[in-house]
Design a protein around this ligand. Structure first.
Ligand SMILES: O=C(O)C[C@H](O)C(=O)O
Ligand code: SF4
Length: 510
């Protein structure tokens, strides 16, 4: 098995940096569905550029390289312990070279292990089979979309959809609700895997397992094939759109699997995956470990980079250049829908930092400053200088309990993230004079290029993703989605998508 480690490293690198062709095709198709010049179309353009950059740079498509989850099948007689050891070693190696972010955190102390190894990481499922080759599949599913997974216990009642029974129509309602509740926070447009039945644990495993199906396959069970195509058509009428900006493309794939259940239980489990749907697989020679072929690479699909005609803009849009520190007057002039181009300094801060700042002082002056909800992939060169390898936004709503207070306490003028924030933050934006800026989730290469220099770092003890990085930026583009006048695009889209969801309450399947 002299080639085994090399093959596994290649698989990990390819999964993190090169979006598979079926996923590319789905993203390209979404762009065609959107009207030219809309926020959704522009976002899909950025996403397409990001996918190309990741492939060219051989760097992570998204900075959150997720929970590495392997499904391994081996012929009888192959030593699975050798494969497990090789996987762990190559996970650590890929982390060292910046193909993966250090993502394994001690749940009690918050300490990052730094090498993506630790209790429960990576996840490896082994199975034996009758074939002569080894098969290894890998999915890198990030935390933001994982947080949007949802499990329903039937019968139940769902707001807007009414009674949900233990039948195909009840399942239909659960899936539509799952897409609605994710809004843009899991970096829509997304893909969902659904598991019907099992228990709570096996139901979720079944849901995640569905994500290994190709986007364009057809379910062998006719009722489920019908359900999948119904969901694809209907969920895309919810109007959530890319990043929750509104639009025609909300869901790019729906795969449903079924297993038996206990008489007392009826679970519908949904695994939500962002557009940055990173999964790949290989067949290996069982003697040498050499890659014989890839499982999701049957054809080459180029990203659609055709320009989005700004002249045909449907939504009114201004472009404003912001230089940090920003004045209150400039912030008050911004309205939802404006595009801002940021130059100057910004500081990353996410979960650990927000909770810290509630009780403590900040090592840098944040007055007029910009906080970026981001946990980057960073590498240090031989001279000791840090470099940004991938740096898209993280889901902002997690900071909702803290953000309003922190804006006021430190005089922050702009918060950048994705997915939007809630009523408490919106109120603070108005009271203090600040804005929420939505960047494109997952576009980690695109934004890394705007981050010109790492000026310094604090709180390295929080681990690389959670540390406070001080960054000099040039030409960082984002959209005002919550302004200081009480407007929130997120609240608007949530409301309108809920109204649309409620239109699908009437029974469809017997
Ligand atoms: O952890 C991150 O960088 C992002 C996360 O995947 C998210 O979507 O919020
Ligand atoms: S930031 Fe978005 S694209 Fe990246 S892992 Fe999280 S949900 Fe996926």
């Amino acid at each position: 098995m002299e080639k085994l480690k090399q093959s596994i490293l290649e698989l990990i690198t390819d999964t993190s940096t090169n979006l598979p062709p079926d996923v590319r095709r789905a993203v390209n198709a979404a762009k065609v569905q959107e009207d030219l010049g809309t926020r959704a179309a522009l976002s899909l353009s950025t996403i397409a550029q990001n996918v190309v950059m990741a492939e060219e740079n051989v760097s992570p498509i998204c900075q959150d390289t997720g929970m590495p989850t392997f499904e391994v099948k081996t012929p009888v007689g192959v030593n699975q312990l050798i494969i497990k050891k090789a996987i762990k070693e190559m996970i650590a190696e890929a982390t060292k070279t910046g193909k993966l972010r250090s993502n394994s955190v001690d749940s009690l102390t918050g300490a990052n292990t730094g090498d993506n190894l630790g209790p429960g990481t990576p996840v490896i499922h082994f199975e034996q089979w009758e074939e002569d080759e080894i098969e290894i599949k890998l999915i890198l599913k990030g935390g933001g979309c994982e947080n949007k997974n949802i499990q329903y216990s039937l019968p139940c009642e769902l707001e807007g959809l009414g009674k949900v029974g233990r039948n195909l129509d009840g399942i239909r309602k659960c899936i539509l609700h799952a897409v609605y509740q994710a809004q843009g926070q899991g970096c829509s447009a997304g893909f969902i895997g659904v598991g019907i039945g099992g228990d709570r644990t096996s139901g979720y495993a079944l849901a995640k397992h569905q994500l290994f199906r190709k986007v364009d396959d057809v379910n062998p069970i006719p009722e489920l094939a019908e359900l999948e195509s119904y969901i694809m058509e209907t969920a895309n009428q919810l109007g959530i759109g890319t990043m929750g900006f509104g639009g025609n493309a909300t869901l790019l794939g729906c795969k449903v699997g079924v297993e038996n259940r206990l008489p007392a239980s009826f679970f519908v489990s949904v695994a939500y995956n962002c557009w940055a749907f990173r999964r790949q697989g290989v067949r290996l020679n069982a003697e040498t470990g050499e890659i014989l072929r890839y499982l999701y690479k049957d054809e080459e699909v180029k990203m659609d980079l055709s320009p989005v005609a700004v002249a045909e803009q449907k939504e009114e849009r201004r472009e404003v250049v912001l230089q940090a520190p920003i004045s209150e007057e400039q912030i008050r002039s911004l309205k939802v829908g404006d595009v801002v181009i940021i130059n100057g300094e910004m500081h990353t801060g996410r979960d650990a930092l927000h909770s810290y700042l509630m009780e403590n002082d900040c090592p840098v002056d944040l007055n007029g400053g910009i906080i970026y909800h981001c946990g980057p992939v960073m590498l240090k060169d031989e001279a000791g200088q840090w470099h940004v390898k991938a740096a898209g936004p993280t889901t902002s709503i997690r900071e909702e309990p803290y953000q309003g207070d922190i804006i006021k306490k430190f005089g922050i003028r702009a918060v950048i993230g994705k997915g939007g924030m809630g009523a408490k933050t919106l109120k603070a934006l108005g009271e203090h004079g600040a804005v929420y800026l939505n960047a494109i989730g997952g576009a980690a290469q695109y934004y890394a290029e705007c981050l010109e220099k790492v000026e310094g770092v604090d709180f390295m003890e929080f681990g690389i993703p959670e540390a406070m990085w001080h960054l000099r930026v040039k030409g960082f583009a984002a959209i005002v989605t919550m302004d200081s006048h009480g407007n929130s695009l997120h609240a608007d889209v949530e409301k309108s998508s809920f109204e649309k969801l409620a239109q699908f309450a009437a029974p469809v399947f017997k």
